[in-house]
Design a protein around this ligand. Structure first.
Ligand code: C5P
Length: 247
């Protein structure tokens, strides 16, 4: 029985304002996708890697990841889809017959440490069929009403949104990747959960959301600050600091 990691790197990452996809942006001299692949490989619990890449960049991504001496697991690179969900589904279709556990990880979280990969995989192997890493939330979070067609702002004033709920912060978790799944459950989530989520107007922004849409349990293990997501230039600066701390 083996573990496949799907590393999603097919996004454009326009908020970084570079003219290359986010996964190929460099952090301390190496592309984000390579940082992520190295940490997955060095966890010791990943048997093979599928990387989803932007259209036309499969050779470039293969050269970066598959030839790296630190990525000592078999690597396949495949063009992703129009959405993250479609990219994961494309990667999942390449799972081999022995892959019973699948980890889904975003190249946008290049510094997720090997110990986090092991923690997630171990929880799945222990029988939890859908596992996400999560951190406690330090901000108070408010849910606001969906935007009204007429617009929310009073004439002349700043735009405002109406608060409908304040969830108990102690029960909230900010969720990261890698997320780990029993392979059969993840396949069902992509086949059926995606349909249900969109029928119910749910925004399934991660794979665990598709599992939830099936009515199946999702479990949280402790996340890691280093698994932060890179969206802006400021995030890249923070990641650089984290890397310096690491060395
Ligand atoms: O855009 P965002 O940062 O939320 O994307 C999360 C991850 O999903 C990134 O690693 C990105 O490369 C990946 N992605 C993908 N295919 C898409 C869109 C995003 O693999 N079509």
């Amino acid at each position: 029985m083996t573990t496949l990691a799907i590393l999603t790197a097919a996004g454009s990452g326009t908020r970084l304002g570079r003219d290359l996809p986010k996964a190929l942006v460099e952090l301390a001299g190496f592309p984000l996708v390579l940082h992520a692949a190295r940490r997955l490989a060095s966890s010791g619990v990943v048997d093979a890697l599928v990387v989803t890449c932007p259209a036309g960049l499969d050779t470039a991504v293969r050269d970066v990841v598959a030839q790296d001496p630190h990525v000592d697991v078999p690597v396949r690179v495949v063009e992703g889809g129009a959405t993250r969900q479609a990219s994961v589904a494309t990667g999942l279709a390449l799972a081999g017959p022995d892959d019973d556990v699948v980890l889904v990880h975003d190249a946008a979280r290049p510094l997720a440490p090997p110990l986090l990969v092991r923690r997630v995989a171990a929880a799945v192997r222990a029988g939890h069929r859908a596992v996400v890493p999560g951190l406690p939330v330090t901000d108070t979070v408010k849910q606001v009403a969906p935007p009204s067609p007429a617009g929310a702002g009073a004439a002349g004033g700043p735009d405002v949104e109406r608060v409908v709920e304040t969830p108990d912060r102690a029960l909230l978790r900010a969720v990261q990747t890698p997320q780990g799944f029993d392979r059969a459950l993840l396949e069902r989530a992509h086949a059926q959960g995606a349909v249900r989520a969109s029928a119910e107007g749910l925004a399934a922004t991660d794979d665990a959301g598709l599992v939830e849409a099936l009515g199946e349990a999702v479990h949280v293990v402790a996340g890691e600050e280093a698994a932060m997501k890179i969206t802006t230039e400021r995030d890249l600066l923070v990641a650089r600091l984290l890397l310096e701390e690491e060395s």
